[in-house]
Write a protein that binds this ligand. Structure first.
Ligand code: ADP
Length: 193
């Protein structure tokens, strides 16, 4: 089973993706975590992208597409994967479709977390206070930039998946457990069908 977790920054994609990874034994692929790993390890790539990330912008499509293509070819993705933070632009969604089609694979569901944006700022501030290693992009100003990037470049991906019949809308304003329950209902229903 191959899934996409979709939603604005701070919507809870990573939290849900981690839980799904455990429950369904499919691999979470968080592009944000991967890129932060590159920055922390001070690789060439990390040096190229750290300013972009700190500003709340998107790293170039080609770069992220290559990263994901490498990941989904790994044996740990054989049972399936959950994309968390990808695709974030229409060209990324199209490239994903192409790479999966070539491998005879497909996306089963796009789980879109719907949230009230005014509450996201508070959530992200809370996350910044709780995480051991502070994220350099979890401040109010950058979050506002990330939200506007989301609206301009990422939200247009939704109609693409809606047209493909893959979009599943989830109420992301409930508790973590209640959001998980909504997702599991959708996945279990389609597995039974
Ligand atoms: P959030 O979902 O909270 O915004 P992520 O951890 O998914 O945070 O991403 C953090 C940053 O990493 C983004 O603001 C962006 O700079 C970069 N990034 C992550 N995924 C992508 C992607 N698919 N395309 C381009 N940039 C990305």
């Amino acid at each position: 089973m191959n899934l996409i977790m979709f939603g604005p920054p701070g919507a809870g994609k990573g939290t849900q993706a981690k839980l799904l990874q455990q429950t369904y034994k499919i691999k979470q692929l968080s592009t944000g975590d991967m890129l932060r790993g590159e920055v922390a390890a001070q690789t060439d790539l990390g040096r190229r992208i750290s300013d972009i990330m700190d500003d709340g912008g998107l790293v170039p499509d080609e770069l992220i597409i290559e990263l994901i293509a490498d990941c989904i070819a790994q044996p740990e993705c054989k049972r399936g994967f959950i994309l968390d933070g990808f695709p974030r632009t229409l060209p990324q969604a199209e490239a994903l479709n192409e790479m999966l089609t070539q491998k005879g694979q497909k996306i089963d569901h796009v789980l879109a977390l719907e949230v009230v944006e005014d509450d996201l700022v508070e959530r992200v501030k809370k996350r910044a206070g709780e995480t051991a290693i502070a994220r350099s992009d979890d401040n109010e100003e950058t979050l506002r930039r990330r939200l506007s990037v989301y609206h301009e470049q990422t939200a247009p991906v939704l109609p693409y998946y809606e047209a493909a019949g893959l979009l599943r809308k989830i109420d992301g304003m409930q508790s973590v457990e209640a959001v998980t329950a909504q997702i599991e209902t959708i996945l279990n229903k389609s597995a039974a069908a």
